[in-house]
Design a binder for this molecule. Structure first.
Ligand SMILES: Nc1ncnc2c1ncn2[C@@H]1O[C@H](COP(=O)(O)OP(=O)(O)O)[C@@H](O)[C@H]1O
Ligand SMILES: [Mg+2]
Length: 252
């Protein structure tokens, strides 16, 4: 069981650095339409499928627009074998995830361990896996569920990381009516592709700057360890293109 859950990023000097999902609890991704959010999410999915086993990580894909994740239909590494598209299905899933989270807390505390990692280190062969929920275009979910799912997401992002539940939430609408202040505060990792203006950049990173990015995968990343946001670029290579196009079948 791999305890660390790392997403590799590259700075502008082509040096690799990592978003440690466990440390940031959850990752908030934003940027205007066409700035590179979905390609980045595909790369995250590729990392989770190729670097981690199904024993380590469960992957949940949520795609309310039904435009990005259809390519993974039939992929056994995806929970349910396909992405969730409909808002009702997503709310049902999130409700179930709260039950799972509370069960996990019970298992961990009843066995006398202080956290999931300690529990896992002492229960080899019976570890609790990580559950990574990836949402492409969170705003559509909010429009469809009339904010009902905000309540569920607030609970899950507040406590979920302690039970191995992590969210990667992407939206082109970085605003408080979409991402509540509670949810935003719970997502320590922030990745901003090019945004429309300074206000949007401040919403995502608490700093201006991402309004000046070039687009096509250029980003600023911040978490608790970064003094200033780190500038980088997502490489969109042939291998990633092929993976998205169906080569993932070779890994499952
Ligand atoms: N990292 C990248 N490098 C080069 N081109 C990119 C990159 N990311 C995105 N693009 C280009 O921009 C297009 C839109 O990217 P996409 O990720 O779908 O944007 P978004 O989801 O933010 O709307 C892609 O089809 C691709 O042609
Ligand atoms: Mg997109």
């Amino acid at each position: 069981m791999e305890n660390k859950l790392l997403i590799a990023l590259e700075n502008t000097e082509n040096n690799e650095f990592f978003c440690d999902i466990e440390k940031v609890h959850h990752l908030f991704v934003s940027g205007q339409s066409g700035s590179g959010k979905s390609i980045f999410l595909h790369k995250v999915i590729k990392t989770l499928i190729t670097q981690y086993t199904s024993k380590d990580v469960k992957i949940v894909l949520i795609d309310p627009k039904q435009t990005e994740f259809c390519t993974y239909e039939g992929n056994p590494r995806i929970v349910g074998g396909k992405p969730l598209y409909r808002a009702e299905d997503v709310c049902e899933f999130l409700n179930g995830l709260i039950v799972e989270m509370n069960n996990r807390f019970k298992i961990i505390s009843e066995s006398g361990y202080i956290n999931l990692n300690r529990y896992n280190e002492n229960n080899i062969g019976n570890q609790l896996d990580r559950i990574v929920v990836i949402i492409d275009e969170y705003a559509d979910l909010i429009y469809d569920t009339k904010k009902f799912c905000t309540k569920l997401m607030e609970e899950l992002t507040s406590k979920g990381h302690g039970a191995g539940i992590h969210f990667i939430v992407s939206t082109q609408c970085p605003r408080h009516d979409i991402i509540s202040s509670v949810i935003k505060a719970n997502m320590i990792g922030r990745l901003s592709f090019k945004v429309a203006d300074k206000v949007d950049s401040k919403f995502v990173l608490s700093k201006t700057g991402s309004e000046n990015l070039a687009g096509c995968g250029e980003f600023l990343y911040s978490d608790l360890n970064t003094v200033e946001p780190v500038k980088g670029k997502v490489s969109y290579d042939e291998e990633t293109y092929q993976f998205i196009a169906g080569k993932w079948k070779e890994y499952v």
